[in-house]
Design a protein around this ligand. Structure first.
Ligand code: FAD
Length: 475
């Protein structure tokens, strides 16, 4: 007789493994199926390996910049790429083991292999030792996504690759073209430049990080250009062809580039194609499985979380959705409507939560925008991290805090104070009234909130006419 579970989770990325842990914690009999490594894209090909490689790159950057704090480094500063890769791999192995340990400690049954749905309530797992089957009351689809590739472009992974390969490169290229200036493209550019790679980014939209508050991407573009990277925005890569052992790229406007490698960072596609959705009558839209705020799909008893539902392609979104799906699967009533912060781990860091000015405009919400330069702060000057700003967006109608966007030192940690206030549906005035420790960079969040009322004390007075947002002016 096939084993029966209360809940089965397909995929052990940050969505799936968190869902499995939550379900087991709530007393359910749980199975999880993973065809590759625990931790999914995030741990093996995404968040963690990229941050490990970025950490060494940032250290190099800081050493080269240490004169600003009156430190002299005598002699050559160098790095060992092979050892940097090994350190990164060690981190991944440790974290994978940690997830396995957590699942085992909560008695979650772990299946290794590819899960395929086989009619309502039934799952086949195709593994190395053959096919195993089990049944489950509720099934959570957490199969994630894979990098998009452009049809017609060369497919040799040592010439044209995606982040999956680039994070594990044995050797660094001399000249790298990054197609796509979104989060992944920018993080790679920042890292590779520090490792001595000649970086060019080509982005189709008219600024880097096109999905974020516009001024963040524009500011990052200026920073990258000053460091010597070539940044094209509003430009399309028309074609890529193999040429003399490298790649020749033709851009719109007919400019030609010759590079040694190309990283395609143009987005991700849901990995839902081969999981047997047709056997349960569940249809996907362009591969994404549509869900409501409770993570329920159109088929009763089936939930979909994380990248595969296309709502928000971030690890913490997947985990949050996983917990919500489990609560609903076990008879509770939960919806995921909380704001989800986004972070970009370039140096300077970038972070955002809530609405952008463009989104507010699209929703016809009249807004005021406050902004505070990080460089005005005592802490920023003291630690030599004066670059950047915080922007706070509030509703002009009822002062509700709508969004906070920042670029600068530790932005990815600081954004949580704003995320907490947005989660609590606070007013911008309440953010301004919060007491932030001094000296901190976080004080810029308070000042920016106060600036949205023309009340920032550590800035000369400003008139609201310059603050009322018209996204064409301030986006
Ligand atoms: P995944 O992590 O993709 O996990 C899905 C799992 O399901 C995989 O392990 C896969 O092997 C398994 N699977 C698929 N099909 C089957 C099947 N049929 N049977 C069994 N198992 C199956 N997000 C952030 O929040 N912060 C970051 O800093 C960040 N950095 C990133 C950097 C890069 C380079 C990339 C590519 C992504 C980054 N992301 C980041 C995005 C993040 O990795 C994803 O949003 C997150 O991993 C999605 O989680 P998930 O659980 O939905 O899917």
């Amino acid at each position: 007789m096939a084993e029966h579970y209360d809940i089965a989770v397909l995929g052990a990325g940050p969505g799936g493994y968190v869902a499995a842990l939550k379900a087991a914690q709530m007393g359910a009999k749980v199975a999880i199926v993973e065809k590759h490594h625990f931790g999914g894209t995030c741990l093996n090909y995404g968040c963690i390996p990229s941050k490990a490689l970025l950490a060494s790159a940032e250290m190099l950057y800081k050493i080269h910049d240490c004169k600003s704090l009156e430190i002299t480094v005598d002699g050559k500063v160098s790095f060992d790429w092979d050892k940097i890769q090994k350190r990164k791999n060690k981190v991944l192995t440790k974290l994978r083991g940690g997830i396995k340990g957590l699942l085992t400690a909560r008695k979650v049954k772990q299946y290794a292999g590819k899960a395929v749905l086989d009619g309502v309530g039934k799952v086949n797992v195709i593994g190395e030792k053959g096919t195993e089957s089990f049944t489950a009351e509720k099934i959570i689809l957490a199969v994630g996504s894979t990098p998009a590739r452009i049809p017609g472009w060369p497919t040799k992974p040592d010439l044209v690759c995606t982040s999956d390969e680039a994070l594990h490169w044995k050797e660094l290229p001399k000249k790298l073209l990054i197609v796509g200036g979104g989060v992944i493209g920018c993080e790679f550019a920042c890292m590779m430049h520090e490792y001595g790679v000649e970086v060019t980014i080509v982005e189709l939209m008219d600024s880097l990080l096109p999905e974020m508050e516009r001024s963040l991407g524009e500011t990052l573009g200026d920073v990258f250009r000053k460091r010597g990277m070539k940044i094209y925005t509003g430009v399309k890569v028309e074609s890529l062809t193999e040429d003399k052992g490298g790649i020749k790229a033709v851009l719109s406007g007919d400019e030609k580039l010759e590079v040694h490698k190309v990283l395609v960072a143009t987005g991700r596609r849901p990995a839902t194609g081969e999981i047997g959705l047709e056997t349960i009558g569940l249809e996907a839209e362009r591969g994404f499985i549509k869900v409501n705020d409770k993570m329920e799909t159109a088929v009763k008893g089936y939930y979909c979380i994380g990248d595969a539902n296309g709502r928000c392609l971030l690890a913490h979104a997947a985990s949050a959705q996983g917990e919500v799906a489990v609560e609903n699967a076990l008879g509770h009533d939960k919806a995921q409507t909380r704001p989800i912060p986004g972070a970009v781990y370039t140096f300077p860091e970038i972070a955002s939560v809530g609405l952008t000015t463009k989104q507010a405009k699209e929703r016809n919400i009249p807004i005021a925008v406050g902004e505070f330069p990080i460089g005005y702060l005592g802490k920023a000057m003291a630690v030599g991290e004066e670059f950047g700003f915080v922007r706070v967006i509030r509703s002009l109608e009822d002062d509700t805090l709508l969004g906070v966007h920042m670029i600068g030192h530790n932005a990815t940690e600081i954004i949580e104070s704003a995320a907490a206030m947005l989660t609590l549906k606070a007013k911008a005035s309440e953010l301004g009234e919060m007491i932030f420790a001094h000296p901190t960079i976080s004080e810029a969040v308070k000042e920016a909130a106060e600036d949205s009322f023309e009340k920032a004390l550590h800035m000369p007075p400003r008139k609201i006419t310059t603050l009322v947002a018209d996204s064409n002016k301030v986006g």
